[in-house]
Design a binder for this molecule. Structure first.
Ligand SMILES: NC(=O)c1ccc[n+]([C@@H]2O[C@H](COP(=O)([O-])OP(=O)(O)OC[C@H]3O[C@@H](n4cnc5c(N)ncnc54)[C@H](OP(=O)(O)O)[C@@H]3O)[C@@H](O)[C@H]2O)c1
Length: 352
């Protein structure tokens, strides 16, 4: 590749808008997005902030925006940044568009996106990736990166030409030989999504409250027990080992703030993307997050009643916008856990 690579970002929303804003100028970026997003960006342009550098602004005329995946036809690299619920249809659409040399990276949560893309794009190098930080949009066209952490991508020779481009753009790629273990770890981090979405509160306020943290601890403890049953060892991607987290989450508020202050150092308005989806009346990724824990449990002949209940509640909230108080949700999840213990096939030690 002699000139700047062409990078298509398919499903440009929060993650895609942020990455597009960072990569613009370092690569020839095309944003493949919905009409409503295109109309917004055509009026606001993009501003990206957070991470190490100052706010970076790209004026509307500088943006290359496409309304369908034909915008990815010439791409050297395609970043898929839509929700997992859109991956299968994006994979189908890309099938007739991509050059065989194009490299595809899934920057999505969930365990199955890269496999869905590979199935439809057998000629392309398809790599799994993870975005460890949160991206918020405090105003139209503004994409603010929250917590720190590096993008992580499955290591492969095909990635090499793009590594310096991402580094120059301030979004360095950590090349991982253990991406599946990284994804299992990220799945644990994402278990906060339904708790946040059902509470409909900013995440920081929620994590400052022990009742909400106990809801998360129930889901996390159960998922860790399922992982043990399945022989899965998640990678270490957080400052604190995940196995300590349920205990730390259950500490009284003041002790929690001391033991895990970095968890409270996020943007006070930030919410999880599942919370944004429920608020906007969109389908959520719940089946690919807590649903994955439930499926894994089932594959090992055990149950994950707390995560199964969270899946049920989020699907119900997708239909009728029910929101919970902390005590309501905690009571409901404890009830689900106890009922499973009574029927005695849940993972030993998972429901407390
Ligand atoms: N947001 C975060 O802070 C964050 C952090 C880490 C990881 N993640 C993960 O990153 C992924 C992306 O999350 P996000 O929050 O950036 O999602 P998002 O804001 O919903 O952006 C995705 C965008 O892609 C659009 N889209 C879907 N199919 C498309 C298609 N065929 N063509 C063009 N546009 C299409 C969606 O439109 P519709 O809504 O109309 O479908 C939406 O505008 C998810 O897996 C999420 O879990 C998010």
């Amino acid at each position: 590749m002699t000139s700047a690579p062409r990078i298509a970002i398919v499903g440009a929303g929060l993650v895609g808008g942020y990455l597009g804003g960072c990569l613009h100028g370092h690569a020839r970026v095309t944003l493949v997005c919905r009409e409503r997003v295109a109309a917004m960006l055509a009026s606001t342009g993009i501003a990206v902030s957070g991470g190490a550098g100052p706010t970076r602004r790209i004026a509307p005329p500088e943006l290359d925006i496409a309304l369908d995946v034909s915008g990815a036809a010439q791409a050297d690299l395609v970043l898929v940044t839509a929700k997992s619920t859109a991956t299968a249809s994006i994979a189908r659409a890309l099938e007739s568009v991509l050059e065989p040399e194009a490299v595809v990276v899934s920057f999505q949560n969930g365990m199955r996106n890269a496999a869905w893309l590979r199935e439809r794009l057998p000629r392309n190098a398809v790599l799994a990736g993870t975005v460890p930080f949160n991206v918020a949009s405090p105003s139209p066209g503004m994409f603010r990166r929250g917590e720190f952490g590096e993008l992580m991508v499955e290591d492969a020779p095909a990635l090499a030409p793009f590594v310096p481009v991402f580094a120059a753009a301030g979004v360095a790629l950590a090349r991982r030989g253990d991406i599946t273990a990284v994804q299992w770890a990220k799945l644990l981090v994402n278990l906060v999504n339904p708790v946040n979405a059902l509470g409909d509160l900013p995440l920081r306020a929620q994590l400052a409250d022990r009742t909400w943290r106990r809801c998360l601890a129930l889901a996390l403890r159960e998922a860790l027990a399922v992982y043990r049953a399945a022989g899965i060892r998640p990678a270490r991607i957080t400052p604190m080992p995940m196995r300590w987290l349920p205990i730390v989450l259950e500490l009284p508020d003041a002790l929690f703030a001391r033991a895990a202050g970095t968890m409270l150092s996020m943007d006070p308005q930030a919410r999880t993307s599942m919370s944004e989806d429920l608020r906007a009346g969109r389908r959520t990724e719940i089946d690919d997050l807590n649903g994955e824990v439930v499926a894994l449990a089932a594959s090992r002949g055990v149950r994950a009643p707390v995560n199964a209940r969270l899946v049920e509640l989020v699907h119900a909230a997708e239909q009728h916008a029910r929101r919970y108080t902390g005590p309501e949700l905690l009571g409901d999840l404890r009830g689900a856990g106890s009922a499973a213990i009574a029927s005695s096939t849940s993972v030993p030690g998972s429901a407390r």
